[in-house]
Design a binder for this molecule. Structure first.
Ligand code: COA
Length: 201
């Protein structure tokens, strides 16, 4: 794969509507940004991401869960956070993608894009960056459990330059992305641009 990674691991890319998206690794003091992202997700998106209804959970639990995600063990997990730089609101968090160790050489992957930024190509590009990061860290595969009717995430996975296996499991499907198989044609060359570190916090 042909993405160049700079030492700070920061990137920019363009959403399909031309807006510039900034990406950096998630940091321990990003908890409030995750809560903001969650607040901008519809009940359906939350359900698709967390596989449970989260409409009536107390605010304290949302903060607790967000803090757990940001305070990860870097040896066992990694996450990117993406921002749009709004002229009036500054940097707003619009997406997070992460993987967590789930076995030898294996990471379980998850992603969310806030609803008003969905279907603009952001999920595809962020997932590609994340998979690339996992590959260079030595992971051999990423896995996920997705709802069968979640067309968007399936399309996101299918656009990755890796071989994908899908096995049905009731109303869900188990996905395996084989990171050692970069033979699939890479159609995104040149779209993702490494950047020097940003001051986003
Ligand atoms: C799944 C998700 C991350 C996709 O991110 P996104 O930025 O909206 O996706 P993209 O714009 O990159 O689109 C990816 C593909 O899905 C398609 N797509 C996007 N939204 C769609 C929708 N609502 N219905 C059908 N297809 C859709 C796009 O057309 C594109 O396909 P194509 O390029 O092959 O034509 C986002 O929808 C989301 O956060 N959903 C809620 C959480 C979730 O489902 N997470 C996945 C489980 S871990």
């Amino acid at each position: 794969m042909n993405i160049k990674q700079n030492p700070g691991n920061h990137y920019t890319f363009y959403a399909n509507d031309g807006r510039q998206i900034l990406v950096r690794p998630l940091a321990a003091d990003d908890t409030a940004l995750l809560v903001d992202l969650f607040d901008h997700m519809s009940p359906e998106s939350r359900y698709r991401r967390f596989h449970q209804s989260l409409d009536h959970v107390p605010e304290s639990r949302i903060w607790q869960e967000a803090a757990q995600i940001t305070h990860f063990d870097p040896a066992k997990s990694f996450a990117y956070i993406a921002f749009f730089s709004s002229p009036d609101k500054g940097l707003i968090p619009i997406s997070v993608a992460r993987y967590v160790d789930s076995g030898p050489g294996e990471g379980e992957v998850a992603i969310s894009v806030r609803d008003d930024f969905q279907n603009l190509g952001i999920g595809k590009k962020l997932m590609r960056l994340l998979a690339y990061q996992a590959e260079i860290k030595g992971y051999r595969r990423l896995v996920a459990s997705i709802q069968n009717d979640n067309i968007a995430i399936w399309r996101v996975f299918q656009h990755l330059p890796y071989h994908i296996f899908r096995s049905p499991d009731g109303s869900y499907a188990n996905i395996i992305i084989v990171l050692t198989s970069t033979a699939v044609e890479d159609e995104n060359d040149g779209i993702l641009i490494p950047q020097p570190p940003l001051a986003t916090t």
